[in-house]
Ligand binder design. Structure first.
Ligand code: ADP
Ligand code: MG
Length: 339
């Protein structure tokens, strides 16, 4: 029996067959542990060439962990990732040539000017002096840093520092851009400009960006993965996602009774759109989705009693997409992080 997570992960990889040839990134059964609990677990998804993919999830969901693995900066505990056909662990140098990464907190050198920092990053990446010079002109132009090329990075506002971070990420003309919360903590005007910069970059490149802000992801991205507690819980276009989220509710029930009999009976309940079985040691839990407004609680308890099973618990599930979504969306109104 497929668990919720597995079936949803299948949804995330479903378009693979047609997109196989053009998948820029392939993530398979990605799992990472820092301690006893997985930070991400059995994550599967593909990123198509040229796509702008959003990674949406609350703090601690596993976004940064996934991005560090995608970019070849950290090997996963389990599973595999390829980028442009290169395994991120075995061929991390090839991967880094092809990927530009804006980490969560950019380790910018505050005592360098913008131009000197970009020169330094180009040298680290073994670009030729000539290519560095032309590319610096390009990225300064693209990231609208003209007025600040001689400014010390330490003197720049957070928003401009973030642009320098993006400038270094695209300096070597990578095919893939990975941006970890590119608009976090910057002022609203800068946010608008940064979003439009990312959209511009996305016309040429494959972009993966993370955010805990739903409207941001909807605005910029063609496809969104919602990640929650290390699992992908939804993958779709922003439009489909919003529609899907609108009318679905979810119950979690624990029923004492043989699952092979319980499951078909639950599935036969009028109004239940999806029923999945989630066995835990000693307990059989079921997740029941239903259309908004069709409260099935009454019906479920009567059905369980009529079969002589026992209803051990029943609650609106804390894992509903709606709730995750709510948590994610309300985060935009929280005070910005201090600079
Ligand atoms: N370096 C680390 N050491 C230990 N735990 C970590 C480390 N980085 C992240 N974690 C844990 O892994 C989980 C996922 O974190 P992270 O990938 O940073 O999520 P997000 O970027 O979505 O906020 C969290 O529970 C976090 O506390
Ligand atoms: Mg993070």
């Amino acid at each position: 029996m497929a668990t919720e997570t597995e079936s949803r992960n299948d949804a995330a990889v479903e378009p693979i067959a047609e997109a196989m040839a053009e998948s820029m990134i392939k993530v398979r059964d990605l799992t990472h542990y820092y301690g006893p609990m997985p930070a991400v677990e059995n994550v599967n998804f593909d990123v198509k060439r040229g796509e702008i993919l959003g990674f949406l999830g609350p703090n601690g969901a596993g976004k940064t962990t996934t991005m560090r693995i995608l970019t070849g900066f950290m090997p996963p505990t389990r599973g595999s990732v390829t980028l442009g056909g290169y395994d991120v662990v075995e061929k991390s140098l090839e991967v880094r040539k092809r990927v530009g990464y804006l980490p969560e907190s950019v380790p910018l050198h505050t005592e360098m000017t913008v131009t000197n920092y970009l020169k330094y990053m180009g040298t680290l990446r073994r670009m030729s002096g000539r290519r560095i010079r032309t590319r610096i002109d390009d990225v300064i132009d693209l990231c609208r840093l003209e007025d600040y090329s001689k400014t010390l990075i330490g003197k720049l506002s957070k928003g401009f520092r973030q642009r320098v971070g993006i400038a270094q990420a695209i300096l070597h003309e990578p095919e893939v851009l990975v941006l970890d919360e590119p608009t976090i903590g910057i002022d609203p005007i800068q946010v608008v400009e940064t979003r439009s910069l990312i959209q511009d970059l996305g016309r040429e490149q494959t972009v993966v960006l993370s955010s805990h802000i739903l409207p941001e992801v909807s605005m910029i991205c063609e496809r969104v993965l919602i990640i929650h507690e290390g699992h992908i819980v939804a993958a779709d276009t922003p439009n489909n996602l919003a529609q899907h989220l609108r009318g679905v509710e979810q119950l979690e029930v624990e029923i004492g009774g043989p699952p092979a009999e319980v499951l078909p009976v639950l599935r036969a309940i009028n109004g239940a759109t999806e029923v999945t079985h989630h066995p835990r040691p000693g307990i059989n839990a079921y997740r029941i989705k239903f259309r908004e407004g069709h409260d099935l609680r009454d019906e479920i308890s009567r059905t369980v009693v009529s079969h002589d099973w026992s209803l051990l618990s029943m609650q609106m599930s804390g894992m509903s997409l709606e709730e995750i979504f709510l948590r994610v969306t309300t985060a935009e109104d929280e005070p910005e992080m201090p600079d």
